[in-house]
Design a protein around this ligand. Structure first.
Ligand code: DX5
Ligand code: ZN
Length: 222
């Protein structure tokens, strides 16, 4: 199996030094940069949007993985692409025309992702399996970093992997991922791990590197 991708969530970064923090996780060897966009409506919290993504785009050439926790993702898809997103993930709960949204994301030249809140059944993916590049399984209720992993998400990941039936689609898991929780989700079929608090500990490139390596070590050979 290809190596599991590590995607630090910049929600846990020091926003006062955001460009520097992104440079640091890039140097520390992450694979993707996970961008948690929150609108204060779909989720209670507010974070940042396209202008901030655009402002930090030049800092790293790694894959920009935009997780849109917004009620109306369709309105700004092109703007996210122009700002520098490589992967655009929308939430199934707010997409009335998911097939159209995913096709639109691919037409823009981005990879198309769907995210599911913990209580959302995976069955909603069944008729869009050929429009997908990534499924983002929320293993906490979205809105905040630093929450505890919900263990029942492991079975959900296995069921999604089975439903994908050999398709080359990433399953990314988001929320409460640490070297303790990562092995079970990777064994179940996850290929990308989002981690906020577990990566942004220590405040230096050396500690970020250690944190990323600890995650990689915990899933090696699974
Ligand atoms: C939650 C966000 C996550 C969050 C993860 O709404 O989607 O990406 O930042 O943070 P940790 O790894 O601290 O649970
Ligand atoms: Zn996220």
């Amino acid at each position: 199996m290809a190596e599991v991708k590590i995607a630090p969530s910049i929600l846990a970064a020091d926003f006062g030094r955001l460009a520097e923090e992104i440079r640091d996780i890039d140097q520390a060897g992450c694979d993707w940069i996970h961008l948690d966009v929150m609108d204060g409506h779909f989720v209670p919290n507010l974070s940042f949007g396209p202008p901030v993504i655009r402002a930090v785009r030049e800092v790293s050439s790694k894959t920009f993985d935009a997780h849109l926790m917004v009620a109306n993702p369709d309105r700004l898809l092109e703007t996210y692409k122009d700002a520098g997103a490589d992967i655009i993930t929308v939430h199934a709960e707010v997409s009335d025309h998911l097939e159209r949204t995913l096709s639109h994301i691919r037409d823009l030249g981005c990879r198309a992702g769907v995210s599911l809140n913990p209580q959302t059944p995976e069955e909603c993916l069944r008729y869009v399996l050929d429009r997908l590049d990534l499924v983002l399984v929320m293993s906490v209720n979205p809105g905040f970093g630093g929450q505890s992993f919900i263990p029942t998400m492991v079975d959900k990941i296995s069921r999604i992997r089975e439903m994908l039936d050999g398709r080359d689609v990433d399953i990314e898991v988001d929320g409460g991922i640490t070297p303790v929780t990562a092995p079970a989700v990777v064994a179940a079929g996850a290929t990308a791990l989002v981690a906020g608090s577990a990566v942004f500990k220590g405040g230096s490139v050396a500690s970020y590197k250690q944190n990323i390596e600890a995650l990689r070590d915990s899933v090696r050979g699974l």
